[in-house]
Design a protein around this ligand. Sequence first.
Ligand code: PLP
Length: 380
Amino acid sequence: MKLETVSVRIGRDVEPAAGDVAPAIHLSTTYERDADGGFSRGYSYTRERNPTRRSLEDCIAALEGGVDAIAFASGSAASQAVFSLLRPGEHVVAPVESYHGTAKQLRTLVAPAGVECTFVDMTQVAAVEDALRPNTRLVWVETPSNPMLNLSDIEALAGLAHARGALVCVDNTFATPVCQKPFEFGADLVMHSSTKYFGGHSDAMAGAIVVREHGTWAERLRDHQGTAGAVPSPFDCWLIRRSLTTLPCRVRAQTANAGALAEFLQQHPQVERVLYPGLASHPGHALARKQMTGGFGAMLSFCVRGGRSAAFAVAARTRLFTRATSLGGVESLIEHRASVEGPHSVTPENLLRVSVGLEHVDDLIADLGAALSAHADPAS
Ligand SMILES: *Cc1c(COP(=O)(O)O)cnc(C)c1O
């Protein structure tokens, strides 16, 4: 089944009781037992299983081409569930440059529990090879990365990891399954912040882990969901399942906007460089063509001439880009990342990250162009 059909159909069956075409929201926390004490309808308590969450999980699993998906209350709860698979004395390799919250989990939650963490430049396959140890159980990949849009070679990394019995988990939040299918390149797990493109409207928070195969890891993740208890609310599940119906349309339209905006920025004299995998100038462009089979995504970053204050000034002058964190919504957002990432940040001070939305690209280009040009003119 194609992505568009999955996004509309999977987990959105007509409700049997009244024939609702739009799915109902199952708010109940508890479910009736059978006379013999069993739960033949499959539900007992909502932390363990909920029909609205199930419909979301079924759709996310099908979108990624996995056998199951496990939903969490946030992307962070999802990544933490994956790290919970690691036991003291085991080892994880992660990128130096990743979503700062993921790196923070490894430094402040995972390492203190006795798990060894090595951070490497994941654009370099050889750096990962050097970092692998006999006790490495997990290679965490984020591609394209946040906010530098660095690319990592999923297939090459999976080959190295699997040869040593380690799992590969890819954070596919930026690309979404519309642009990139990590399982096709050998990933074992795919992680999402569903708060971003899956939700798509900046109004619901959740996360997900998709598993390629059934087995011990999948069972442990499912068990972690119910036992640790960081589950998304039925309403958030419903909102995100509703938003998935338009995921392919939104991501493709936003990707087209991002490509045009990247081209525009690249030739602007006030822009030092543009980080977007779709540009021929991007160091990972060849890899992007191989791995991002559905498009280059709708996230880009650019470095403004003139340093930190110039970057802040440009963000302040835009009218159509809201200055806010997060990404993946219908509205364009712009953000100075170094100032939100904290002391471990490796992000340049003159970098602005843009989540390109669904506004008309001519308006976006005109707005950012005006903000940059005003910056060039000291009189204004
Ligand atoms: C936002 C984000 C996360 C964390 O997700 P939350 O839903 O905010 O907890 C993880 N990875 C990436 C790439 C993100 O953008």
